[in-house]
Design a protein around this ligand. Structure first.
Ligand code: PHE
Length: 448
């Protein structure tokens, strides 16, 4: 751990922070919704295969770039470049990832703000403050501006405190809380009528849909978004890991946690949808398609919670607190990318850099809030469907084609002496060089 620039103090700290970044609205909301709209269990199966076979290798590439460079994404990529052109290319890839993280944060903060507002509503109801309760869940400019700002302020406060006291400490507290809450809610939903039908849809795959191109592409996109790839986030988190750690295992553990939480979220939300349906709430539109993503969380689930009587208020509170926590451990990672760059390349103080960059991103969020109907989708699609896959692909190109094989081996060997004889070393370098860039390119071209 480079003391002067901070780092994770323990293996557990890194795992919690990286899993905290990976686990977010993408897992807890995106994954179940995609599962429900893409044939249930068939999507789950394809997602699992792609997450381990494609996203994990790309994730390893980003972690290794960071740990080798011991710096922000631009500096790390430039360290492995030899020629002037490679260094310029490194700048484009590294800086592109940093901008991508900022763009994602600008719209993520708005949605996370909605989650927070729904977490606060039950508190107002418990205090008999009906007008305030209605205000926080009614779409309005003032509500959106307020909660986006509160969420960004929380993100800024945590990142100002640095790696060990900010990211690591808060991820270690929030992640176990999140998992505990999800297990409790899932167990509760299982006791309700309709849950077993949901479980059947979630776990019994329709094999005829396995090779459906739309399903494949959605599953791949979901896997990359979920592991926070192509945003410089995993490069900077990689740079905070000690050289004594075995990166191959750590990366696999984080992938496993990310995938398991998505799976657990599906286990909660898909049966919950069927429970709501059993209670007369419309889940599927007339043509049989799923009611759109945002209305499922903000309409169907509160209706479900309402129908539970008094306890529903507490279930709603727990669910939306859980969503807000998941969003916060992701948003802090998004802000760390640009902040580490400003601190290391431009000698800014961490506190100043965090506040200034956080406020600039918030300003952009405000612009989106004022033009919500067209800008939210536009920025989200631009950042996640186009920008993220390109940068993730270029990181694989860097590792496969520019980084010297001997240096790469030396880096992987840190904390993992035996790696040369392992299956990982036999397959992964070749895989990252050819298969990953090609597969990502296919997704990108398709999305064009
Ligand atoms: N992985 C996060 C999620 O699933 C989102 C994220 C994307 C976080 C990019 C950091 C960088 O919600």
């Amino acid at each position: 751990m480079a003391v002067s620039r901070g780092g994770f103090s323990s293996r557990m700290g890194f795992i919690m922070a990286a899993a905290g970044s990976a686990v977010g609205l993408g897992n807890i909301w995106g994954f179940p919704t995609q599962t429900a709209s893409n044939g249930g269990a068939a999507f789950v199966l394809v997602y699992l295969v792609l997450a381990f076979c494609l996203a994990y290798p790309a994730f390893m590439a980003e972690l290794l770039i960071g740990r080798y460079g011991q710096a922000n994404a631009v500096t790390s990529l430039q360290k492995m470049s030899r020629t002037l052109w490679q260094k310029r290319f490194a700048f484009v890839v590294g800086f592109g990832g940093i901008i991508c993280a900022a763009l994602i944060l600008s719209f993520y903060g708005i949605i996370a703000g909605w989650m927070m507002s729904y977490a606060i509503e039950p508190l107002f109801l418990l205090a008999n403050m009906q007008i305030s309760a209605d205000w926080v869940i009614t779409h309005s400019l003032a509500r959106n501006l307020f909660f986006t700002s509160v969420f960004m302020a929380l993100t800024i406060v945590i990142i100002r405190r640095g790696v060990e006291n900010g990211i690591e400490k808060w991820s270690k507290r929030l992640m176990p809380l999140l998992i505990g809450l999800m297990v409790l809610l899932t167990s509760y939903v299982f006791t309700l009528d309709g849950a077993s039908e949901g479980l059947e849809a979630y776990l019994n795959p329709d094999v005829s849909r396995l090779l459906d191109p739309n399903l494949l592409i959605s599953a791949l996109g979901q896997a990359f978004f979920s592991l926070s790839l192509g945003t410089s986030v995993m490069v900077i988190y990689g740079s905070y890991i000690s050289k004594k750690e075995n990166l191959v295992t750590l990366g696999a553990q984080v992938t496993l946690i990310d995938v398991s939480i998505a799976f657990l979220a599906g286990l909660l939300i898909i049966p919950a949808m069927y429970v709501a349906q059993a209670q007369g709430v419309a889940i599927f539109a007339e043509d049989g398609s799923l009611i759109s993503g945002s209305s499922l969380v903000f309409t169907v689930l509160p209706t479900l919670f309402d129908s539970m009587g008094g306890v529903g208020l507490f279930v709603a509170l727990a669910f939306f607190v859980l969503m807000s926590i998941a969003a916060l451990t992701s948003s802090i990672s998004m802000l760390e990318g640009p902040v580490s760059y400003a601190v290391e390349r431009h000698n800014l103080k961490r506190e100043t850099a965090t506040t200034v960059i956080g406020l600039i991103i918030l300003l952009f969020s405000v612009v989106i809030v004022f033009n919500l109907s067209f800008m939210l989708d536009f920025v989200a699609i631009l950042a996640t469907q186009y920008w993220q896959p390109i940068i993730a692909m270029l990181c694989c190109v860097f590792v496969g084609w520019i980084w010297h094989r001997s240096e790469l081996l030396a880096e992987i060997k840190e904390g993992n002496d035996e790696v040369e004889n392992s299956l990982f070393w036999k397959v992964w370098p070749w895989y990252t060089k050819f298969v990953c860039p090609a597969a990502i390119a296919i997704v990108f071209i398709h999305s064009l």
